[in-house]
Design a protein around this ligand. Sequence first.
Ligand SMILES: Cc1ncc(C[n+]2csc(CCOP(=O)(O)OP(=O)(O)O)c2C)c(N)n1
Ligand SMILES: [Mg+2]
Length: 316
Amino acid sequence: MAIGREEDYRAIATIRAFEERCMNLKTAGEIPGSIHLCDGQEAIPVGACRALEPRDAVTVTYRGHGWAIARGLPLVALFSELMGRDSELNGGRAGSPFFSSPAHGFLGENSIVAGGMPMAVGAALAAAHDGSGAVSIVSVGDGALNQGAAHEALNFASVFSLPLVLVVENNRYSEMTPIRDMVRVERLADRAAAYGMPGVTIDGNDAAIVEKAVHDAVARARAGGGPTLIEADTERLVGHYSGDLQAYRPSGEVASAREREPLARIRRAAAEEGPDAVARLDAIDLEVSALIDAAVKGARAVPYPDPATVREHLYA
Ligand SMILES: Cc1ncc(C[n+]2csc(CCOP(=O)(O)OP(=O)(O)O)c2C)c(N)n1
Ligand SMILES: [Mg+2]
């Protein structure tokens, strides 16, 4: 099997294992609040972040753990932030849906649907103004494209030819509402034409395909060619949030999504190649599991914030 496939597997399996552990920690009461997992969607951040440079800015949603890991944020910092501990990210004040790390070119998550888009346009405007050559990439869901903020952001970015790449992770659901009940266009990428920018639809379950599409869009943006909309088709294997039992999903839908999701695809390719290729993936699973165990242990050693600091970072 191509080494690239095994590296994809390792990167995706690391995010999947992180998310699965988050769910366990949430159930055990070690992570407060609700969490939004990206199980099934991991090939998008993995492929996209490979096409970026350190100077580029990444802005995502509440479903952003995978982007953070793909962008290189440390696992101990992430687990401890989610646990509300005094993490090196945001001191436990941001938690699962709001953390950021500008030092990693990670402007942060956002719980306001499409809220990240104007922020990413701001980063793109700053890059254009400073002549830094940086590109701003923002990930949103399919539902976010129906927000007014999305329209304003895309029009503004287009008119000023800003270095922006929009990745729409089309998992075909907005919370519990299927996309067919919300939009009448067949492909969300078709909306790009209305802003005078290129729009492409890609298979978001293949990290190499995502990497190529983002690479092309980033090159265009860096060269002054303006923004691109990439619609990445993907699968949400889990509920909208940690407490969502998904009773609204037709029976068999998740099972068929599990056939198409990235880890299953790589496993099938390995099985076709032979037992050695499968054994190498099994070995990666063990390594990833040990990595996650060690990160949780490290996170549990991080203290909780000092209650005396509760008023820090407030405006008044
Ligand atoms: C402005 C705003 N409206 C409504 C909500 C409630 N809400 C949270 S997530 C969500 C669905 C978003 O769906 P999509 O953009 O497809 O992203 P996904 O959750 O599928 O990743 C909604 C409506 C919100 N957080 N912000
Ligand atoms: Mg969605």
